[in-house]
Design a protein around this ligand. Structure first.
Ligand code: ADP
Ligand code: ADP
Length: 226
């Protein structure tokens, strides 16, 4: 687990108006932070700079007390959970979860131990031999999170993970993600443009507008605002 500190972060694409314009934000260890705002306000760009998929024009990105501006994504030990879950259709649930450990050549018994531990937390134990095609949307999302857990990532990053789902499944998944995040206590940054998600999921909500922070507040504070 790690805190994420952003100090005067700027992202300038070409010579237009900055996509992210002097953003300073502290996300505490174990906190669930929502980034919300209209399309084009800079949410995805900010998330991609945290993960390291986008260069920072100026400012400092500090994760777990360490400046990471010049670190490649794989050196940051964060886990991005995508909209489409990015699961391998030909692999079982077990192998999908184990995938990052196979890449790092972790010994078999250690792989089994960590995958079993993760699938216990995620209630996937009965599904380890199934393929993703035979899982529900919610189960697939949990497999994707299992992959993040076995890596012992320091934070989860979500980029609009529910925007392709129908309303019913979206509601179920909101509950699921919230429950898991609390159980794991892992630092989470979650991008959405959905007001309901913003108001129900996070410890705090950061409202962005035209690349700037307009407000950072708890959902309750936002709700009680005139
Ligand atoms: P959001 O996720 O809030 O919809 P983005 O971070 O995707 O916003 O985009 C913020 C601004 O940066 C927008 O004006 C967008 O057009 C611009 N932008 C995003 N990615 C690029 C890019 N690769 N090249 C140029 N401009 C970009
Ligand atoms: P998506 O592809 O958008 O993730 P899915 O096709 O997985 O959505 O799910 C569509 C609906 O069907 C959801 O309500 C989901 O819970 C249900 N569903 C999908 N697969 C299964 C399954 N194997 N068992 C039970 N319900 C399923």
């Amino acid at each position: 687990m790690a805190s994420i500190e952003m100090r005067n972060i700027v992202k300038q694409y070409g010579d237009g108006y900055p996509a992210v314009n002097d953003v300073s934000l502290d996300i505490a260890d174990g906190e669930f932070m929502i980034l919300v705002g209209p399309s084009g306000c800079g949410k995805s760009t900010l998330l991609r700079m945290i993960v390291g998929l986008e260069d920072i024009t100026s400012g400092d990105m500090v994760i777990g007390g360490k400046r990471v501006n010049d670190l490649a994504p794989r050196e940051r030990n964060l886990s991005m959970v995508f909209q489409n879950y990015a699961l391998y259709p030909h692999m079982t649930v077990f192998e999908n979860i184990a995938f990052p450990l196979r890449l790092s050549k972790t010994p078999d018994d250690e792989v089994r131990r960590r995958v079993n531990e993760a699938s216990d937390v995620l209630e996937l134990k009965e599904h380890l031999e199934r393929k993703p095609a035979n899982l529900s949307g919610g189960q697939r999302q949990r497999v994707a999170m299992g992959r993040a857990i076995v890596r012992q990532a320091e934070a989860f990053l979500f980029d609009e993970p529910l925007s392709n789902l129908d309303a019913k499944l979206r509601g179920q998944m909101r509950t699921e993600i919230s429950r898991l995040q609390r159980r794991l206590g892992i630092t989470t940054v979650y991008v959405t443009h959905d007001q309901t998600e913003a108001m129900t999921l996070g410890d705090r909500v950061c409202v962005l507008r035209k690349g700037k922070i307009q407000q950072v507040a708890s959902p309750r504070e936002l709700y009680e605002q005139p």
